[in-house]
Design a protein around this ligand. Structure first.
Ligand code: SF4
Length: 88
């Protein structure tokens, strides 16, 4: 069941729009599945990502990304997550 859910979440959207189709969004559902599977980034990777976010103009109130709406201290924890504008 978990494998099926993971496959569905990672399926490419059925669209011809180049930019959206090329970029795979990391969603709350992805985070839920990765939590169940224990797929976390290492501490070093997390710290590196947080350093990038802390110097980013899109970070609001020290914790919230204005582009994706995520709390970056949570998003950076997941190995498969990525910045929406490819900064990490
Ligand atoms: S996830 Fe990307 S865009 Fe958002 S605050 Fe971090 S570096 Fe900036």
């Amino acid at each position: 069941m978990l494998n099926m859910v993971t496959r569905l979440l990672r399926a490419k959207p059925n669209t011809t729009c180049g930019d959206c189709a090329a970029r795979e969004k990391y969603t709350l559902l992805n985070a839920a599945v990765d939590t169940l599977r224990g797929e976390y980034a290492t501490d070093a990777v997390r710290e590196e990502r947080m350093a990038v976010c802390k110097s980013c103009e899109y970070l609001a109130l020290g914790s919230n990304c204005k582009l994706c709406g995520c709390f970056v201290h949570l998003k950076t924890r997941y190995a498969a997550a990525s910045c929406d504008i490819n900064r990490w």
